[in-house]
Design a protein around this ligand. Structure first.
Ligand code: RB5
Length: 144
C-alpha cells in the first residue's frame, strides 16, 4: 500500500500519479488534499508519515509546490526518511543508500512524465542492505 498526499501546489501532479499507480494495479490511499484551494502542507506530511509508522503503508509519496516544505516537515517525524527527488539517479540512490520511505516531489518543478518515472524507480528499487549504509542510517536514527 502506498500513501500519497499533497497540498494545492502538488494537487494536479498527485492526481496524475494516483492514476498511474491505479493503472499498474498498485494500491494507494489518497490522504488529500482534494482541490486546488490553498492549504497547508505540514498536515499532509503528518498523515502520510502516520500510515508508514503504523505499517498501513509500505512507502509514501508527498507533493507540494517545490517538494521542499513537505519534505522538511516529514523528516521531523521519527522513523521517516523522506527524499526530495527530481531525477532518476537520486530516486534509485536514495532507496539503495538511505532506505528512504517517502518520496517528495515538487508539482511546480517537474511534469508528470518525469515524475512517474521517478515514482517507478523509487518503488522498484530495494535497499542495498550494505553494512555501510545500515551503519549510516543507524547514525541518523540516533539523532531522532
Ligand atoms: C505553497 O504556495 C508552497 O509554498 C508550497 O506548496 C511548497 O512549495 C512549500 O515548500
Amino acid at each position: 500500500m502506498i500513501a500519497i498526499a499533497s497540498d494545492h501546489g502538488g494537487f494536479t501532479l498527485k492526481q496524475e500519479i494516483i492514476q498511474h499507480l491505479k493503472s499498474k494495479g498498485i494500491d494507494c490511499i489518497d490522504l488529500g488534499c482534494n482541490s486546488l484551494e490553498s492549504t497547508d502542507y505540514p498536515e499532509y506530511a503528518k498523515q502520510v508519515a502516520k500510515k508508514i509508522l503504523s505499517k498501513e503503508a509500505t512507502k509514501g509519496i508527498l507533493i507540494c509546490g517545490t517538494g521542499i516544505g513537505i519534505s522538511i516537515t516529514a523528516n521531523k517525524i521519527k522513523g521517516i526518511r523522506c527524499a526530495l527527488c527530481h531525477d532518476l539517479f537520486s530516486a534509485k540512490a536514495t532507496r539503495e543508500h538511505n532506505d528512504a520511505n517517502i518520496l517528495a516531489m515538487g508539482g511546480r518543478i517537474i511534469g508528470p512524465g518525469l515524475a512517474i518515472e521517478i515514482v517507478n524507480e523509487f518503488l522498484d528499487t530495494e535497499f542495498s542492505n550494505d553494512p555501510r549504509h545500515i551503519r549510516r542510517i543507524s547514525q541518523i536514527e540516533e539523532m531522532d
